[in-house]
Design a protein around this ligand. Structure first.
Ligand code: AMP
Ligand code: FE
Ligand code: FE
Ligand code: ZN
Length: 296
């Protein structure tokens, strides 16, 4: 029995709807899945309901954009309460900044005589958490580039002329946010981050787990991170990081996490919830009305 705990939908930079993700997961005979869209939980309700119908276990989650000493670090928050006011307020801020970043990237493209319109990107993205892949797809759809890869190479990559840095919260803040929402904080695709020497610091901040299994990890890398997880008594997670058709081929089914790790995750989650319940009552945090809402 296997699980895939790293999946994206069209609510961030994937191409599948939550229902399509679940149907494909059922096709791969997976027992449990988690949605980990970047800086949003919008797809979780639909995925939970589709999983209920398909007889799959579902873990609500998100992949938070954070940084540690200037390096980008994606933190997966598993089992969070997707109605938690503080989490929703933080995600709302991420989304507003992401939308502002799209406007800045389009303004830069316009300065480069590429007459792309902001509304074209928002209409194509049709989600609250848009990113560079949506700008790339809009550049292809508008005939300005022949592929998304070309769009990144010419305009969107770091240090290319339309690149705008991305808003990140500190890793410590992300871990705290995930914990206060009742979830577990897991370092995503550690082999892509080159932050191994910082893992002890992250453990000190409350990191709960390591994504040992990932599409970009080979057998040696998996073994390496399983050893580190054992060393620091961290939970083990894994997933395909499938973005649907966004990156060529869908990767779902290529990485299969042994189901026993999901059971361990659930035990740790129950523990976290119990501890959170024992603590002081959570403060009321107002959810800001987003100045700009992308229609669905
Ligand atoms: P953003 O969150 O807006 O910075 O965009 C990050 C997303 O862009 C990730 O899903 C990356 O995989 C994707 N990405 C980065 N570089 C490229 C590239 N050269 N071609 C296609 N997608 C890319
Ligand atoms: Fe992504
Ligand atoms: Fe990631
Ligand atoms: Zn991801």
């Amino acid at each position: 029995m296997f699980a895939d705990l790293h999946l994206h939908t069209r609510y961030s930079d994937g191409t599948y709807t939550p229902e399509e993700v679940v149907a494909r997961a059922a096709g791969h005979s997976l027992r449990a899945v988690a949605l980990t869209d970047h800086d949003t939980v919008e797809g979780c309700a639909a995925a939970a309901s589709a999983c209920g119908q398909a007889g799959l276990e579902f873990l609500p989650a998100t992949e938070l954009t954070s940084e540690l000493e200037g390096a980008e670090l994606h933190l997966l928050g598993y089992g969070i309460d997707t109605t938690d006011a503080e989490m929703l307020a933080a995600l709302g801020r991420f989304q507003q900044v992401r939308q502002q970043r799209i406007r800045e990237m389009v303004a830069r493209l316009n300065q480069l005589n590429v007459p792309l319109e902001t509304e074209t990107v928002f209409a194509l993205a049709n989600c609250r958490s848009p990113g560079r892949p949506h700008v790339g797809r809009a550049l292809v759809a508008g005939g300005f580039c022949s592929s998304v890869d070309e769009a990144f190479e010419r305009f969107l990559k770091r240090h290319r002329p339309a690149w705008v840095p991305k808003f990140k919260i500190t890793a410590a803040d992300a871990i705290g946010l995930i914990h206060r929402a009742g979830g577990l904080a897991v370092m995503a695709h550690p082999a892509l981050n080159h932050l191994d020497p910082r893992i002890p610091d992250l453990v000190g901040m409350g990191l709960d787990g390591l994504e040992c299994y990932h599409t970009k990890h080979n057998a040696g890398t998996v073994a390496h991170y399983l050893t580190i997880a054992r060393q620091f008594d961290l939970l083990v997670t894994g997933g395909s990081d499938c973005h649907g058709m966004a990156k060529g081929k869908p990767t779902m089914g290529t990485v299969r996490l042994p189901y026993r790790y999901v059971e361990q995750l659930r035990i740790a989650l129950a523990d976290r919830r119990r501890k959170a319940g024992d603590g002081a009552p959570a403060m009321e945090v107002a959810v800001p009305q987003s100045a700009f809402r992308v229609p669905h």
